[in-house]
Design a binder for this molecule. Structure first.
Ligand SMILES: [Zn+2]
Length: 392
């Protein structure tokens, strides 16, 4: 990136970045807002994942599918309230549960549209993930019997244009070695852009050493292309609706983050010390400061020319009790019979038995779970749960 952004510019960024506006996160209730004729945003509550809805003569195009089951159903209700037309296309901007996880509520009969790399991930789904996909919405389990997500999916490599009765929808994938299939969705007639993963707002981005969300360089590459579109309205993956200025804020943010790690590396600091010292407190009102350690380690890997961290996964079981939960059951603090405490993360891939979905976990619930321990990784947000059985 130094070719594109000369050293003098990156030095100036230290001065520029603290001036970036500090905005509030989204409200406690999701909002369905009209952005332009036939274009709507579903703005997730408390910075949950956003979605976008485009009503065309050939049916509805949904972009991303909601943070969790109640949100996905809420999106569906909002769509049904504005049009009798069916949901025909479900475009996925990033292959992470809070964006793709609601897809079994819609597809099939809707067709899911993803970048080619996502197809590879879908083809490699493990049995517990397929179970989770079929069971995620009990009202859909029967309809999805014997089906695989690939049975209603089309994919593209870099660009795909949908012309649905005169409504133009451009899907933009940015070529990058480590891009895992993140795309932007551009509506040139109205100047509305869903900027996907690159469109973070008011939230520290989730950049990880395994490059499962690409790299800061890939992130900047996407922002460069999206910036050139000069969108009037930007729907970010998370956070309030913004505009082209917010894409610029993210560019500043990423350059500052890289500048900080580069400086510490130049000073001869070891990785552990860099991870400890790294912060982005200039963006003081943003949520997810828990992403700092991952971001520092990722940038360190990138700047020292390393590829993604290959994490070996070890599986363990726990029989225990839920002590407390946050984010509607996404994070569980549990204790086992011996009193040892553990933080678990229930993802959209988790195969859940005994309750309809993770929002039904209660403190005091007895659980048996299989979870993953990434060797040498930093599970800052908790250990991912593969399967969990809840007993009353
Ligand atoms: Zn997300």
């Amino acid at each position: 990136m130094t070719r594109i952004f000369p050293a003098i510019l990156s030095a100036l960024l230290v001065l520029i970045a603290p001036l970036a506006p500090a905005l509030a996160r989204t409200g406690p209730v999701a909002e369905f807002r009209k952005l332009a004729d036939n274009i709507y945003a579903y703005i997730g509550k408390n910075n949950d994942a956003n979605a976008m809805v485009i009503v065309t003569a050939h049916g509805v195009v949904l972009v991303d599918t909601g943070n969790n089951q109640p949100e996905s159903r809420n999106i569906k209700r909002h769509i049904e309230a504005i049009t009798p037309l069916p949901i025909r296309w479900v475009v996925i901007t990033q292959n992470h549960g809070d964006h793709i996880g609601g897809s079994p509520l819609f597809a099939p009969p809707a067709m899911m549209v993803v970048q080619d790399r996502v197809i590879k991930d879908l083809a490699a789904l493990k049995p517990y993930q397929l179970n989770s996909w079929r069971k995620r919405f009990p009202e859909r389990t029967k309809a999805l019997e014997g089906l695989h997500p690939l049975h209603a999916t089309v994919s593209f490599s870099n660009r795909m244009t949908l012309n649905l009765g005169g409504t133009i929808i451009e899907l933009i994938g940015i070529e990058d070695r480590y891009n895992v299939g993140d795309i932007g969705v551009w509506l040139p007639q109205s100047g509305v852009l869903h900027a996907g993963f690159a469109g973070y707002k008011d939230r520290h981005p989730d950049i990880r050493p395994d490059y499962s969300h690409s790299t800061t360089e890939g992130f900047l590459r996407q922002l460069e292309v999206f910036n050139a579109l000069n969108p009037k309205i930007v729907v970010p993956a998370h956070g309030p609706i913004g505009d082209a200025k917010d894409l610029g804020v993210m560019v500043d943010y990423m350059l500052l983050a890289r500048h900080k790690v580069r400086g510490m590396m130049r000073d001869g600091m070891a990785l552990e010390a860099i991870v400890k010292a790294f912060h982005m407190n200039e963006y003081k009102d943003w949520d997810r400061t828990s992403h700092y350690p991952w971001m520092a380690e990722t940038i360190h890997r990138e700047l020292s020319g390393q590829g993604p961290l290959i994490v070996e996964i070890e599986r363990r079981r726990i029989s225990g009790t839920v002590l407390e939960l946050t984010d509607e059951g996404r994070y569980l603090n549990v204790t086992d019979a011996g009193g040892a405490k553990l933080k678990l993360r229930v993802t959209s891939d988790t195969d859940i038995e005994g309750i309809p979905d993770r929002s039904h976990f209660k403190p005091g619930a007895k659980i048996e779970a299989t979870y993953q321990i990434p060797k040498g990784g930093r599970p800052a947000l908790g250990f991912d749960v593969e399967e969990v059985r809840v007993t009353p």
